[in-house]
Design a protein around this ligand. Structure first.
Ligand code: ADP
Ligand code: MG
Length: 678
C-alpha cells in the first residue's frame, strides 16, 4: 500500500526520468503529488451527440473508431494521423499532427472520449488535435469530459501525464490528516479534507470546485489564525523593558519642531508610546505613504527611550534603528542628530563602512544605534536592545527579517516596523491579529500633488527647457537611470552616459552622481552636496529609491521608466514633492514601449496615492498578487482571498473557539518566529 511519505518512484509508472521532471516541480513524495494543485480548469462538459456539435465550439464527444490511418504530408513535412469516429448520431473526423505513436496505441474498434475544437474542413466535420482517452469504464474520464484540471508544467511533462498520475493516487486523500474540528466543519458547512482534495483535482462541476476551494481557503486562514493566537500567547509571556512616557520632554520636543505634527502622526505616536510603556513587547506596524512623515514618529519613540536613560546610565536602554541602505541610515543619523540637538542623546552609526568609527565617547554606551544589515552580520554593538525600529521593512528580504527577529528574539525588544506598502486592512487586522497597526493616511498639509508626465524622446527638448527655468529659480533635480555603466545590451540609460549628455545640456549647473558601486565616502559627499544645494542635478540609480529626503528637490526624471514596477515608480516619485513647492516627475519612455508597461506609466501619472496605485496594480496584474507584497514577502495565500472578509472572520472565531476548548493545542503548534511574515 502506498503511503503519503513514500518516494514518488513507488508510484507505479514513475521511473527515474519522470522522477527528475517531477522533482523540478518540487514533487518528491506521493503527498507532494497529491497536493500539487491545478491552476486552472476548463469546462468541457459532458459528451455530446456528434449530430449536435456546432462549428467553433469546444466540445467533448464519445465514439468508436471506425477507421484510423497515418500518412506523411510531404508538402508540409507533417506526419498526419486521421481517424473516423462515430456514435449513434453521426460521424466526425479526428486529426492529429506529428503524433507517431498514435498509430500503435489506437485502433479501429476502440471507444474514445475526445475533446477539442469543432471545425469544418473540406465540408467534413473535424476535431483537430483533440485530447483523447480510451474509455475504461472503471476509471472514468479525466481529460476529456466534465471540468478538466490544468497544472503548471515543466519541460517534457504533460497535463495528461499529471492528471493520470494524480488520479492514480487520489485515494491517498483519505489518509490525510483532517485536523479541522468536526463541529467547525458542520457549522460552516465545509467539506472534509479528503473530499476537498479529490474535488480540487477532479471536480464534477463548478459547485464542487467552489466547495473544495472554500474548504482549502478556510484551512489556510484557520491555520494562520492559530499561529497568530500562538504569537499572542507567546507575547503575553515575554517581558520587555518598559519605556516610561516622558510627557513633558515629548511635548517640548514636538513644540520646537519646524512643523506641526498632523493628527495622524500624533495618533500613531500615541499608540506607540502606549505600547512601549508596558512590560510586554510591542509589535507594531507603522504604515504611511511615501513622504507622510514616519521618521519623526519613530524619533519620538527613540527620544522617550533615550530620556529613560538620563538618570542612571549603568545599564541604559538602547535602541536600534535599522534601514535597508547605507545612504538612508546615514540620512537618519543626520536627521536625528538635528532633531535631538537640544538634548544630550548619544547616537551611533553602524554600517558596513562606518562600524570602525566611534561616534560615542569611550565609556558611554550609545542610546541609539542606527545601522544597516551590517548590524546583523557583525558582532552587534548592542546585545540587548529595548527598542527595535526597522524602516522600509519591505526592502528587507524575508530571510533578513527572519534574522532580525531571531537575533533579538531572546531579548524581546519593543518592535516597530515601518513601511509605505499599503497592506490590505483585512490582512493586517485579521490574519495578523497580533500586530498593532498604525496608519498615516494623509500627507502633511501644504504638500502639492506631484505632476507626472510621460515623456517621449521627441518631447525632451521642451522638458529640458522647463527644467532649466526651475533650476535657475533654485530647485534641484534627481535623474534616475536603470544602470550604472553602459555595459548592458538592452539599451537602457546608464548613469555614466546620462551624466555625459546632461553636462552638454546643462553646462551651467553642477551635476553629480550617486550609485551603489561608489566608495562610501564619495556617496556621502555626493549626498551632502546635493542636500546643501551645491549640486543641482543628481544622477542616480535605484539607491535613492527609498527614504531619501531632500525637500528642495522638485524635479525627477526617470529614464527607462518602463523597466520599473508600479511600487518602485511610486517610491522614486516619493523623493520629490516633500516640500511646499510644486514638484514634477517625468517618466521617460521609449516610443516602442509595450502596452503593459505603458499602462503602468499611465497609472503612475493618474494616481498619486500608494493605496490607489495598489488597486490599479492589482487590476493590471489581474492575479491574486498584491501590490508590493511580492517584494515585501507577505505570505502568499493559495486559496484564500484577502478580500474575503467573511471567511477571515469565521476563521478567527473558529480558531479562538478551538483554543478555548483545548489550550494545549497551542503548545503543540510550531512556534513561528517572524510575526510579520509567515
Ligand atoms: P516617510 O514617511 O516617507 O519616511 P519622512 O519621515 O522622511 O517621510 O518625512 C518626509 C518629509 O516631511 C521630511 O522632510 C519631514 O521633515 C517632513 N515632515 C514630517 N512631518 C511633517 C509635518 N507634520 N508637516 C510638515 N512636514 C513634515
Ligand atoms: Mg522614510
Amino acid at each position: 500500500m502506498l503511503k503519503l511519505e513514500d518516494k514518488i518512484t513507488q508510484v507505479s509508472g514513475i521511473g527515474p526520468a519522470l522522477e527528475k521532471k517531477l522533482k523540478r516541480l518540487k514533487i518528491e513524495t506521493a503527498k507532494d503529488l497529491l497536493l500539487y494543485f491545478p491552476w486552472y480548469y476548463e469546462d468541457i462538459g459532458q459528451a455530446q451527440p456528434i449530430a449536435n456539435l456546432q462549428i467553433g465550439q469546444k466540445a467533448g464527444i464519445v465514439g468508436k473508431i471506425d477507421l484510423i490511418s497515418s500518412r506523411r504530408s510531404f508538402k508540409r513535412k507533417l506526419y498526419i494521423t486521421e481517424a473516423l469516429i462515430s456514435d449513434e448520431s453521426g460521424t466526425i473526423k479526428a486529426v492529429w499532427f506529428n503524433r507517431k505513436f498514435l498509430k500503435n496505441s489506437l485502433q479501429a474498434g476502440d471507444i474514445l472520449s475526445l475533446a477539442g475544437k469543432i471545425e469544418e474542413k473540406n465540408g467534413q466535420l473535424t476535431i483537430s488535435s483533440p485530447v483523447y482517452e480510451k474509455i475504461n469504464q472503471k476509471k472514468g474520464q479525466i481529460h476529456t469530459a466534465g471540468i478538466v484540471p490544468y497544472y503548471h508544467l515543466t519541460a517534457g511533462l504533460t497535463h495528461k501525464q499529471l492528471r493520470f498520475l494524480i488520479k492514480k493516487i487520489i485515494s491517498l486523500a483519505n489518509v490525510l490528516d483532517d485536523w479541522l474540528p468536526e463541529d467547525t466543519k458542520k457549522r460552516l458547512n465545509i467539506l472534509d479534507k479528503s473530499k476537498a482534495i479529490e474535488k480540487i483535482h477532479f471536480p464534477k462541476n463548478f459547485q464542487e470546485l467552489k466547495e473544495a476551494k472554500k474548504r482549502l481557503a478556510f484551512e489556510e486562514l484557520f491555520l494562520r489564525q492559530l499561529k497568530s493566537e500562538k504569537v499572542f500567547e507567546k507575547l503575553s509571556l515575554l517581558k520587555a523593558n518598559p519605556i516610561a512616557f516622558k510627557e513633558k520632554a515629548t511635548k517640548e520636543f514636538v513644540k520646537q519642531l519646524p512643523f506641526t505634527l498632523t493628527a495622524e502622526q500624533k495618533q500613531a505616536t500615541w499608540e506607540i508610546i502606549q505600547d512601549i510603556k508596558a512590560d510586554k513587547p510591542m509589535i507594531r506596524l507603522l504604515q504611511g505613504d511615501v513622504g507622510s512623515g514616519k521618521t519623526v514618529v519613530a524619533a519620538i519613540a527613540l527620544l522617550n527611550l533615550a530620556l529613560n536613560n538620563q538618570k542612571s546610565t549603568k545599564s541604559p536602554y538602547q535602541a536600534i534603528f535599522m534601514a535597508p541602505t547605507e545612504i538612508l541610515a546615514k540620512q537618519h543619523f543626520h536627521t536625528l542628530q538635528k532633531l535631538f540637538k537640544n538634548w544630550s542623546i548619544k547616537i551611533q552609526l553602524h554600517t558596513r563602512s562606518y562600524k570602525e568609527k566611534n561616534y560615542q565617547s569611550k565609556n558611554e554606551l550609545a542610546d541609539i544605534i542606527i545601522g544597516t544589515q551590517a548590524l546583523l552580520q557583525d558582532k552587534s554593538p548592542v546585545e540587548n536592545p529595548s527598542l527595535l525600529i526597522v524602516d522600509e521593512q519591505h526592502r528587507f528580504g524575508v530571510n533578513q527579517r527572519y534574522e532580525i527577529i531571531k537575533k533579538y528574539q531572546e531579548t524581546t525588544p519593543h518592535f516597530l516596523s515601518m513601511t509605505a506598502t499599503p497592506i490590505p486592512r483585512t490582512l493586517a487586522l485579521s490574519i495578523y491579529g497580533h500586530i498593532g497597526l498604525s496608519t498615516i493616511k494623509n500627507l502633511p498639509p501644504g504638500r502639492q500633488e506631484v505632476i507626472t508626465k510621460i515623456v517621449e524622446d521627441r518631447d525632451k527638448e521642451k522638458m529640458y527647457q522647463f527644467i532649466t527655468k526651475k533650476l535657475e529659480a533654485g530647485d534641484q533635480a534627481f535623474v534616475i537611470c536603470p544602470l550604472i555603466s553602459p555595459t548592458d545590451k538592452l539599451g537602457a540609460r546608464s548613469v555614466e552616459e546620462e551624466i555625459k549628455s546632461l553636462k552638454k545640456i546643462f553646462p551651467q549647473f553642477a551635476i553629480d552622481k550617486l550609485h551603489g558601486k561608489m566608495r562610501s565616502q564619495d556617496k556621502d559627499k555626493a549626498m551632502k552636496k546635493f542636500l546643501d544645494n551645491e549640486t543641482k542635478i543628481l544622477v542616480s540609480t535605484s539607491v535613492v529609491e527609498v527614504g531619501v529626503d531632500v525637500p528642495n528637490a522638485t524635479i525627477m526624471i526617470i529614464e527607462g521608466s518602463e523597466r520599473f514596477g508600479l511600487a518602485q515608480l511610486h517610491q522614486f516619485r516619493g523623493r520629490i514633492g516633500r516640500g511646499k513647492k510644486q514638484s514634477y516627475c517625468f517618466l521617460k519612455a521609449s516610443a516602442e514601449v509595450k502596452s503593459k508597461a505603458l499602462e503602468r506609466l499611465e497609472a503612475t501619472k493618474k494616481y498619486s496615492k500608494g493605496s490607489e496605485l495598489a488597486k490599479e496594480d492589482l487590476k493590471l496584474r489581474g492575479s491574486g498578487e498584491i501590490y508590493g507584497t511580492m517584494q515585501s514577502g507577505f505570505p502568499e495565500l493559495k486559496f484564500a482571498s484577502l478580500f474575503d472578509l467573511e471567511l477571515i472572520k469565521a476563521s478567527q472565531i473558529e480558531a479562538k473557539r478551538l483554543i478555548k476548548k483545548d489550550p494545549r493545542l497551542l503548545k503543540s503548534l510550531k512556534y513561528f518566529s517572524d510575526p510579520l511574515i509567515d
